[in-house]
Design a protein around this ligand. Structure first.
Ligand SMILES: [Fe+2]
Length: 262
């Protein structure tokens, strides 16, 4: 997560609705229209099935209560608006309670192609389709529960698991590489890069993921590939804090990316 943002959180009314301006709705509509053919071509089936189930509006920013209503019926999850940046402790405890923390602002046109911090386009378009799948929902909640019991020193380890699955996971479908994660669904450039055959692909492995460092501000040089969502569901049953201890003992892998310029 970035350490600062120029964007202000938007505050919901008593019913949980946020008043977006016509321009903000238009930014949503244009982002949706650009990304829809991309996801149809490059995203994995579980995401696309979830996209149909969640049925987000194409012409305006979706509202948390309406999306929560659909999610709750499907997997018991809901979406709650939060400030753009929240502490990891709160982030994990919300996931543990099957509540997805959603940044409420939408990017401005000058950030149309790329924005480092999550905005509501990323949260809704990227995350909510996957949260309609019980296997994905269980795995998300398992990370939250582990984080809620973890010490602060464990947060960065657990976040790597979140990063390489929920945000940037891939899935093999037959002989095709497809994208699964939310950070890919909402990012035109990285979506194409992730399935281009150029990055390194490693099989989904919890310990290996926990040991793999990442940078948030560049396309990933390495992705982890699931063969099916059942593997994620199985991972939800693991003792993830014991896995963190194992990974910590083994140590981080050497980074595959250049150091960030100061
Ligand atoms: Fe995200």
């Amino acid at each position: 997560m970035p350490k600062s943002t120029k964007y202000q959180a938007k505050h919901p009314d008593d019913r949980g609705f946020i008043a977006y301006t016509p321009e903000e709705d238009a930014v949503w509509a244009d982002l949706y229209a650009r990304q829809k053919p991309q996801i149809e071509a490059l995203m994995a089936r579980p995401y696309l099935d979830g996209f149909d189930r969640i049925a987000l509006p194409a012409d305006r920013v979706p509202q948390c209560p309406e999306v929560s209503e659909r999610l709750t019926a499907l997997t018991g999850w809901r979406v709650e608006p939060v400030p753009a940046l929240i502490p990891f402790g709160r982030f994990f405890s919300m996931l543990a309670e099957a509540t997805f923390p959603a940044a409420s602002f939408i990017r401005s046109r000058e950030d149309f192609d790329y924005i480092e911090e999550p905005d509501i386009f990323h949260e809704m378009f990227g995350h909510t389709p996957l949260l309609t799948d019980p296997r994905f929902a269980a795995f998300s909640q398992a990370i939250g529960k582990a984080g809620a019991q973890a010490g602060k020193d464990d947060f960065a380890w657990l976040i790597r698991l979140y990063w390489f699955t929920i945000e940037f996971g891939l899935m093999r479908e037959g002989d095709q590489m497809k994208a699964l994660g939310s950070g890919l669904a909402s990012s035109p450039e990285e979506l194409e890069w992730s399935v281009s055959g150029q990055p390194e692909y490693r099989p989904f492995d919890v310990i290996d993921i926990l040991r793999t460092p990442y940078r948030i501000d560049i396309p990933q040089p390495v992705y982890f590939v699931l063969d099916d969502l059942d593997a994620l569901f199985a991972a939800a049953e693991r003792d993830l804090l014991a896995d963190v201890a194992t990974a910590r003992e083994a140590g981080l892998h050497a980074p595959k990316f250049p150091p960030k310029a100061a």
